[in-house]
Design a protein around this ligand. Sequence first.
Ligand code: DHB
Ligand code: MG
Length: 216
Amino acid sequence: MSDQSTAITAEHFRYIAAHTTPEDDFLRALKRAATAAGIPSIWIAPEQASFMQILLRASAAHDVVEVGTLAGYSAIAMARALPASGKVRTIELDPARVAFAREWVARSDVAGKVEVIEGAGMDVLEGFAADSADAAFLDADKASYPLYLEECLRIVKRGGLILADNAFAFGQLFDASPTDREVPAIRAFNERIAKTERLDGVIVPIGDGLWVGVKR
Ligand code: DHB
Ligand code: MG
């Protein structure tokens, strides 16, 4: 920790959550329905959604790419931060999650602004045109993050945002014997992105750690 930093505790996290615009009834209902449908409860925290919306608004983003839709929570949250003609293209491998997300997007206030694309992240990303997005959010299989990052550096315009979830490795970043098999991949990705000259980046201690980069 540098002298300029305050060590963040669980109390700070609770405080941050309590002092952030709360999530609405629709997203709360989406999470209940997703859990009932057997989808794992690994969506982003409401305060992370608020922060990502602020980043998208502040950068006047119009087109967003997401890898890893899950239930559609973050895609809907991000779409709300875009202008009326804006769009989120979100990619999901699991057909049941695709069906769930499409149903809830259709019922949402951003129905025309979110396209849920079924497929493997790399297969779909490779079909996206260069410089066709203002921001990207990685939230899928962690071992593939380096590949997704390469593709997103092609797809996102210069000055655009590249965000990646779970920089804190599900809370196991510093564990000597982590139980989650994706922890080493996250550690490796954190090392790599810090050295990527094509990005200016910072890890933001919100949710499970949000990596925020701007393409140079
Ligand atoms: C897991 C994945 C995520 O993207 C997340 O935010 C939390 C947990 C997981 O695979 O366990
Ligand atoms: Mg995640």
